[in-house]
Design a protein around this ligand. Structure first.
Ligand code: ATP
Length: 292
């Protein structure tokens, strides 16, 4: 699928002109991951997963609990050893975590003794930036990211003074500060209340649209997946395989009210039906009734 340019599909960006890495093309071919524990021996978490993610694309991954969504994210980040297959970013094989990817987890994991600015700067400092000649550039980057995530005015607040949604905004800004080609987001809004979550979904799409990054977003919330994604990947129950990749043909920008449109509801039904079926198959398999 060709990725439309920022202006053709995502709407205007308030950060046009800001230099940033473009999104990476991700090629996942026949990836399997196994875990070994003393209690249960070797267990397959992912089996023969193949998926192409275009540069700048927003992909959401859904599936029953324990089907291997986080494992897939970790495989793309190079955080888990792959037993077979390959993950490539722009043709380069991933073997370990690297600067081209930033991960945002459910818990904001901010440093409590650092302000918003200090937390956003942290990733840059870890890369040895923010000192010497680069200091001014870093300060500008941090300032514009804080503005991008809607936290202007809170630069000197500490995490304990921020709401959960605001903390996740800082987390996002921190992930973006390293200017990765890809954002890996593992249920980043799961701990937020329903209303804040909806607001953050809208904000994330704007931030993504302005940043050119490729995004992989894991969620249990089907409406969230459809609202955010260019395509939704539905996984089978464990061991996770790709059951279906559904292209979400809804225009952007997407107002939150789009969730009430018949087309949106039809996507919801389609994905729900698959997940329910996977849940049933997994339950039957666990009872030894079916092989899956
Ligand atoms: N470090 C580990 N050691 C052993 N088994 C693991 C490990 N991490 C995950 N697993 C197992 O691998 C399978 C996939 O786990 P994973 O966390 O990827 O699933 P998930 O789809 O993200 O789950 P959830 O939706 O509940 O967050 C599960 O059966 C889990 O118990």
């Amino acid at each position: 699928m060709g990725i439309p340019t920022k202006n053709s599909r995502r709407g205007p960006s308030d950060t046009d002109g800001q230099a940033s890495s473009t999104g990476a093309h991700v090629s996942i071919k026949g990836v399997s991951v196994e875990y070994e524990t003393a209690r249960s021996g070797v267990k397959a978490a992912l089996k023969d997963v193949s998926l192409e993610i275009e540069a700048g694309e927003f992909v959401c991954v859904v599936g029953t609990s324990g089907c291997g969504k986080t494992t897939l994210l970790k495989a793309i980040d190079g955080l888990v050893p792959i037993s077979s297959g390959t993950v490539e970013l722009d043709g380069k094989k991933v073997t370990k975590p690297g600067k081209s990817r930033s991960v945002v987890f459910q818990a904001a994991s901010l440093l409590p003794w650092r302000t918003v600015v200090g937390n956003v700067r942290y990733g840059l400092e870890m890369q040895g930036r923010g000192r010497g000649k680069a200091k001014d550039d870093t300060a500008r980057t941090v300032e514009s990211l804080i503005e991008l995530v809607g936290l202007k005015g809170f630069e000197h607040a500490y995490p304990s003074e921020l709401s959960g949604g605001m903390q996740q905004r800082v987390n996002l800004a921190r992930a973006l500060a390293c200017d990765p080609q890809m954002l890996l987001l593992d249920e980043p809004f799961a701990a937020l209340d329903a209303q804040t979550r909806e607001i953050m979904q809208g904000e994330l799409v704007k931030i993504w649209g302005a940043s050119n990054k490729t995004a992989l977003f894991i969620t249990h919330q089907i409406d969230e997946a459809i609202y955010l994604a260019d395509k939704v990947v539905v996984m089978t129950a464990r061991p996770g395989r790709i059951r279906e990749v559904i292209k979400i043909d809804l225009p952007r920008p997407r107002p939150l009210q789009i969730k009430r449109d018949p087309e949106f509801v039809a996507y919801l039904d389609q994905v729900w039906t698959m997940i329910e079926e996977e849940g049933r198959l997994a339950a039957m398999r666990d009872r030894g009734v079916a092989q899956h």
